[in-house]
Design a protein around this ligand. Sequence first.
Ligand SMILES: [Zn+2]
Ligand SMILES: [Zn+2]
Length: 369
Amino acid sequence: MKAITVKPGIADYLALREVPEPAVGPGEVVVRVARVGVCGTDQEIIRGRYGTAPAGSDFLVIGHEGLGQVVDSGPAATGLSLGDYVVASVRRPCPHAHCRPCRSGQNDMCLTGDFTERGIQGRHGFLSEYYAEHPRFLTPVPPALAPAGALLEPLAVVEKALRQSLKIQERLPWNLERAVVLGAGAIGLLAALLLRLRGIETWVFDRSAPAGRKARLAGQTGAHFANTGETPVSRIAAELGQVDLIVEATGYAPLVFDACQQLGGNGVLCLLGVADEGSPLTIDAGGFNNRLVLGNRLVFGSVNANPADFRAGVESLAQIEQRWPGLTESLQTRRVPLAEFQDAFAGQAEDIEDIKVTVELAGLTPDED
Ligand SMILES: [Zn+2]
Ligand SMILES: [Zn+2]
């Protein structure tokens, strides 16, 4: 079968190649891949900065945002039917008995670092015609929501971030009234969507044009859009007043410190971006310390998502479709056929304002085989 592969550690080695069909383990099902979203993590892997091949392989099949359809199941597989649309989670548990998160199904919270991740770390991903997986790592997507299914993995990441933020804030009497999202990529806009679903006043700050696609999509949900050229992050508190939650989704690390300065008292700053390392920054360490201490402020990071977040994401997708019909379609800005896969990973010109680019494999036409 065809697969899109990289050689981890080697920059710009991206190739479509024939690979063996997946071996189906006990209890696993075979999924025919319909569509795969690409994101910044894939770009990092392609640049050779990130990712590892599975043991015994000199290449890695990339792709971790895959929507597919169950087409075959092993003898002991349960819980899914042939034809079901599914999205797989990414992280698989580490083997250590003492890792409580992994042993309780919260692989996204693995303590040891010895986890694997499909398409990223030590396990092939979903940019292949088929993959095999255990149903416990698959979330069913109702057929009516399948066209939005390629958004489910990044949406689950945001579901987790919001769930964690709300859980953390159980530490005090707190109303989430005003939120700021930094960055209007897929993660940022999905965060704005989830916040708007909850009726929260939401501001999206991004460097893209105030009349551009990202601003327009944010506006459709009732979120406010601010161009950082006109209103820099350093002006947030002065312009908006108390900000209860800031979600950082740009991956530009200096913004973490700027955002902390803008966060309201008792507020929480959730970091979702993965930043370039090795760029020292001079900060007022005392000022940063006091900003946190004297205002009971909290900064935390969140990565990946667990199956509960995927299930929450499916429910949110249903609500989003109902409330803003066509919006999830608009977020998927470019569909690239498998044969032209290079285009999906090419650097994006700013004026295109791509949000979620997908590679089309089988597509969404049901097959009654
Ligand atoms: Zn991703
Ligand atoms: Zn673990």
